[in-house]
Design a protein around this ligand. Sequence first.
Ligand code: G1P
Length: 268
Amino acid sequence: MVKKAIIPAAGYGTRGLPVTKVIPKEMFPVGAKPAIQYIVEEAFASGIEELLIIVSRAKSLIVDYFDRSLELEAFLERRNKTHLLKEEFIPSGQIYYTRQPYARGLGDAVRLGKSFAGGEPFAVLLPDDIVLHKGVPAIRQLIEHYERCGQSVVGLNKVERNELHKYGVIRGEPLDNGAYCITDMVEKPKTNPPSDLAVIGRYVFTPAIFSYLETLPSPGEEEIQLTEAIRRLAAEEGCQGKLIAGTRFDIGTADGYMSLLSAVWKER
Ligand code: G1P
């Protein structure tokens, strides 16, 4: 059973500058909610009971958002307006936070969750990627696949060839039901992508991923790539890819963010 999930939200959000200098991209409004709320709701709707959000110094707004505001509550009570907070989201499960002190990439951020995972399988949700789906939530689709196959699973989307350079791209042998046995993976291939199967930000890992993350070299300021650890995991323990049903939006780009706003607006 997968009961824990890690949300790495420590990046600088350089693609969103200048606004991301003070407003984390995870807090960008999507209707009346910040983007990260979609991710937290997806996790709890998928059977996750404990979440670890990896933040950085500039991300305290995220911690504040998932907490009560006693001052605001008292203010609204005095004015008989507490109904204005009825949509407030105080998560049903437990959220833990830790800070990533050095911006050393996604692999390093996930590595910080080792003792939180405590030797259990766990999910990872990247908050840049919001997946709208009317049926089973995206991470639940991967958890169910993990429960069937017992191997780590990464979420996949088929992507146009000219867009593949923005993603981790797998090489894989097709199995049943949109699943693939991963034989290799390349992070942001500049030329010759190994397939059109791009990794989107949903993963379920066995705890073995930490031993690969820990053995990766961390030279100076360079980023530790999660993709490199997945490649090694795939070669030794095995790792599958699974096509995710739903529409995925990358809120790290203006196009992705605007399309998400328009999709949520149409659904309201
Ligand atoms: C990360 C991963 C990449 C994956 C992508 C999905 O890249 O490194 O493998 O395809 O997320 O959004 P980033 O977009 O953080 O550069």
